[in-house]
Design a protein. Structure first.
Length: 218
């Protein structure tokens, strides 16, 4: 079956949820059409509802249906492209990867609120709230646990996959706000992981898209 994808996304500079499936599609090197919707405007929700029943981005249109949840989109792509191993092949590692991806999907609300994604900026954050600090501590714990379990390719489960796509916007936030992960128990592996993610071709392409968008609007 030919895979004809249409991905509805918000602003690349701001939409962390849009970033995740976009990275996966770009990583798969499969053609897809971007449908950008401007966020933070009075008509944003109305424009999104024209594509997504949830009124939120992202949404993936494929084979006559619309998938409007980031993790559901990721699962679909894993099913359609099994050779890409977006989840680890080993069942134990696959279960771990699903757990850490789901934790990102449903958690870390304080970090999201206090450190909103802004790919192209550098912002000084002098006073992290207690819950945000707890969120960062937990993320460092998750990453170190994954990296200690035998990741030999620089990513959480050796090769770039869904777990990395889920945490890529967090890496972006840590860069934007200059978070020193050694203050949160990192022994250097998490900082190196961030450098690996930021050096990934798909992540670099997203950042470049964010820069171009913001330049066009200046």
């Amino acid at each position: 079956m030919d895979h004809v994808f249409e991905l509805v996304i918000g602003d690349k500079n701001y939409s962390s949820w849009s970033m995740r499936p976009w990275l996966l599609l770009h990583h798969l090197d499969t053609p897809f059409d971007e449908v950008p919707v401007r966020l933070r405007r009075e008509d944003s929700r109305q424009n999104i509802l024209a594509h997504s029943p949830s009124g939120k981005v992202p949404a993936l249109k494929w084979s006559g249906t619309t998938v409007w949840d980031t993790l559901a989109i990721a699962e679909l792509l894993a099913e359609l492209f099994p050779d890409a191993e977006l989840w680890p092949d080993d069942p134990v590692q696959r279960a771990r990867a699903r757990a850490v991806a789901a934790e990102m999907h449903s958690g870390f609300a304080s970090l999201r609120d206090q450190l909103p994604m802004d790919c192209i900026s550098t912002i000084v954050c002098r006073d992290l709230g207690l819950q945000t600090a707890h969120d960062i501590l937990r993320i460092v714990e998750v990453w170190m646990d994954c990296l200690e379990a035998g990741s030999d390719g620089g990513f959480l489960f050796s090769r770039f996959g869904i777990a990395d796509a889920m945490y890529a916007p967090v890496v972006s936030r840590f860069k934007t706000y200059a978070i020193d992960l050694s203050d949160f128990g990192d022994d250097g592996r998490c900082a190196e992981y961030c450098r690996t993610v930021l050096g990934n071709d798909s992540v670099k392409a997203w950042f470049e898209g964010a820069r171009l968008e913001m330049t066009d609007r200046s």
